[in-house]
Design a protein around this ligand. Structure first.
Ligand code: 3HC
Ligand code: NAI
Length: 688
């Protein structure tokens, strides 16, 4: 149960991989503390975890299940520590997150390795700390610092927190020895340390701070109930009665636990961890890689180079001419200079990253690369030509990837003599910022090549999601269906700003017409022109975008698209000229325009996404429903706290959903393929 070192009971938390505080571990800690309290041979206690984790907090998979409510609750364990008359010291290495940090806060003292990461990330799960964090932390580090930590959910290192008042000692090595020394000191009558609960809050200043923060919450922040609840819990911490504050915190926490946003965020937490694993039938051992070859140093190539350099990989960056190469290198150098100036990266670390870069126009250097990522223009002939060169210059067994957004990966692979080594790696822009990476399996892609793509994604700290080779893969195909439906709604009677506002109210980071203006309407225009000859005339085709482009309105970059921009800012409403274009499109189709309510707009847009997602799953392009939701949230601005389109569908009334989808099919006209949603919807009585 515990080992005794010189009269100090050392309680080891041993629940791999991250010491989440599930029922069994709670019971172990509780029993050990009770025993150590009663043991006359023990003068003090030390709680210690593993090198990886002191504790990652409450076991999220227990939420909503009977184990969560079984004795001892997390609060029972902490109350037991609180009531212990012998000093209890937390020895923190690895991570102390959420309930894990709250466990440390309930101890009399905390000793941490400088590298340990501490944080209260409950807000990222739509919750607030529910085991004393909102009450103890402000008493230790002040209300403003505590709020910053809980509101961002971000972890900080012990080194960063050294002067905050949260930690008693920060050490470079041997945290157990340091914790034992402090425990012995305290256990043998050293100066008594006041527990967090015994400290008095600075109530007046804290209340003023909390009031000011309430007023500052943006409408978007108010969409997540946890943001308000956090301030309510902090307000309770200004009460001198600590236990009353704890009760308020607990009831706010329990109230949030069943909210849709908390369910959605929990779902995303597990969906992200599932997405990065290949389904069992596709698993294989990845190849190793140290040197990456990147072809094309444009927007994407330079962004991909930055994340590879930051991950410690060597990069050979190839361009077609010296001028283009210089532009790419400048982009990379500017990025590092800006990071250093902003204090986000040490100059020495930036220099090391940059030193791993070899810019070149010489293909023969590619004999050294383990993995190639092509990021040249989105043109099949150009890409095929580049892949022939890659084939000629890379060693046998190297993995060859294309960053194409829409093109057929098989057509690219077949330009080489080794299609089994080719796959798609679809990064998102900006590539060094966006977490999503679609890993595209071509018809002939070998399992270990696919596994290498996934492993590269993880090495680059991305969320790699496996997808089949279909036009637009998962994300762009669903986004196209959504955007198309939004264009139908323009013809049916809505204005762009109404569609954008309704979808932003739902939680999208930006409405579809603002996104289109930002990316430039000409990209879609060119693609539509390329597809014109193969388009079936019976298809409902909205030509508003084409008409805008024909008038030179290419989006924000030309000062006008769906919106008109003044000093880069969009007007609140679309102007008369755009409305005329839209009205003309409606009348050409013989539509009498009728206004659409925000809920109708949201529902149609979401149903279009759900339908397309169901088709992708039926075709085997997406492996798991949860993968689709991860893609939409991480790559397309779908609000994380709404869970993703399929999570949304699973919350809807089944019969209404089916009826509405039939109606959507009628509204969308010829060419709309109605999917079978049945396999995606939970069986009755099941909960997520
Ligand atoms: N509960 C349940 N499972 C957890 C967990 C948790 N708190 N934290 C991690 N896990 C699981 C993951 O699901 C994963 O399982 P898998 O191998 O079956 O997929 C495994 O542990 C390893 O996790 P990662 O893949 O994320 O490993 P990393 O090394 O990349 O990251 C970590 C480790 C930084 C600890 C990260 O897992 C993490 O951030 N965890 C969540 C921390 C958190 O949000 N804690 C707050 C919980 S809510 C709470 O404590 C409420 C309290 O206030 C009452
Ligand atoms: P870009 O135009 O910024 O860069 C392309 C670069 O490739 C140019 O610098 C060009 O000189 C170089 N290049 C062209 N032919 C070459 C050749 N034969 N050899 C070596 N270099 C050559 O284009 P961008 O935006 O970086 O896109 C690249 C690819 O990434 C495209 O396939 C695009 O569809 C895809 N993509 C783009 C995204 C975006 O938002 N820009 C997002 C995701 C994927």
């Amino acid at each position: 149960m515990y080992l005794i070192h010189n009269g100090v009971a050392v309680i080891q938390l041993d629940h791999p991989p991250v010491n989440s505080l599930g029922h069994a571990l709670r019971k172990t800690i509780h029993t050990a503390v009770v025993a150590a309290q009663a043991d006359s041979g023990v003068c003090a206690l030390v709680l210690i975890g593993s090198d990886k984790a002191f504790s990652a907090g409450a076991d999220v998979s227990e939420f909503g299940k009977p184990e969560q409510a079984a004795f001892p609750l997390i609060t029972d364990v902490f109350a037991r520590i609180d009531a212990c008359t012998k000093p209890v010291v937390a020895a923190i290495s690895g991570v102390a997150l959420g309930g894990g940090l709250e466990l440390a806060l309930s101890c009399h003292a905390r000793v941490a390795l400088a590298s340990a990461k501490l944080g209260l990330p409950e807000i990222t799960l739509g919750l607030i700390p529910g085991a004393g964090g909102t009450q103890r932390l402000p008493r230790l580090i002040g209300v403003a610092a505590a709020y910053a930590m809980m509101q961002s959910g971000a972890a900080q290192t012990a080194q960063q927190l050294e002067a905050s008042g949260l930690l008693n000692r920060v050490v470079e090595r041997d945290v157990l020895a340091a914790a034992l020394a402090l425990a012995l000191e305290l256990g043998h009558g050293g100066e008594a340390l006041p527990r967090a609960r015994d400290r008095q809050p600075d109530a007046t200043a804290a209340r003023a701070f909390i009031e000011a923060q309430r007023a500052r919450l943006t409408p978007r922040q108010r969409q997540l109930p946890a943001n308000m609840a956090l301030l309510d819990a902090l307000e309770a911490s200004t009460d001198t009665d600590f236990d009353a504050g704890l009760k308020t915190e607990r009831s706010l926490f329990l109230g949030l636990l069943g909210s849709t946003s908390a369910k959605a965020l929990r779902y995303q937490f597990f969906a992200e961890r599932e997405a990065v694993k290949l389904p069992a039938t596709l698993q294989a051992v990845p190849k190793s890689f140290e040197t990456l070859g990147i072809v094309g140093a444009g927007t994407m190539g330079s962004g991909i180079a930055i994340c590879a350099l930051d991950a410690g990989l060597r990069v050979i960056l190839l361009e077609q001419d010296a001028a283009a190469l210089q532009r790419g290198c400048l982009r990379i150098a500017d990025h590092y200079a800006a990071r250093v100036t902003a204090g986000k990266m040490k100059a020495s670390v930036a220099a090391l990253s940059e030193a791993r870069l070899t810019p070149t126009t010489d293909w023969t250097l590619f004999s050294r690369v383990d993995l190639v990522i092509e990021a040249v223009f989105e043109d099949l002939a150009v890409k095929q030509d580049v892949f022939r060169k890659i084939d000629a210059h890379t060693r046998a067994g190297a993995v060859l990837a294309s960053n194409t957004s829409y093109l057929d990966v098989d057509a690219i692979a077949n330009a080489t003599k080794r299609p089994q080594d080719v796959l798609g790696l679809h990064f998102f822009s900006p590539a060094h910022v966006m977490k999503l990476l679609e890993v595209v399996r071509g018809t002939q892609t070998a399992p270990e090549v696919l596994a290498t793509g996934m492993a590269l994604g993880r090495a680059l700290k991305k969320t790699p999601v496996p997808t089949g080779n279909a036009f637009g893969f998962i994300g762009n195909r669903i986004y196209n269906a959504y955007r198309k439906q939004c264009e139908f709604m323009l013809e049916d009677g809505a204005w762009p700003e109404e569609v954008d506002a309704a979808l932003e109210d739902f939680g999208f980071a930006m409405g579809p017409f603002k996104v289109a203006d930002l990316s430039g309407l000409d990209i879609a225009w060119r693609m539509r022109q390329a597809q014109a000859s193969s388009r079936d005339p019976r298809e409902r085709y909205v030509d508003i975008l084409d008409a805008l482009c024909a008038q030179g309105r290419l989006g924000r970059k030309t000062g006008a698209g769906y919106y008109t921009y003044t000093d880069g800012k969009a007007g609140k409403t679309t102007d008369a000229l755009v409305r005329q274009v839209i009205e003309a499109a409606s009348s050409r189709r013989g539509i009498t325009r009728r206004p659409l309510l925000p809920e109708q707009i949201q529902r149609r847009a979401l149903l279009a996404m759900v339908n397309e997602a169901a088709l992708l799953l039926a075709e085997g392009v997406a492996s798991r429903a949860s993968d689709v939701d991860v893609v939409l949230v991480q790559g397309y601005g779908f609000a994380r706290w709404q869970g993703g389109p399929l999570f949304w569908a699973q919350q809807q009334d089944r019969a209404t959903l089916q009826t509405d989808l039939q109606q959507l099919a009628r509204q969308s006209g010829w060419g709309f393929v109605l999917a079978d949603l049945e396999p995606l919807l939970p069986t009755s009585g099941a909960t997520l």
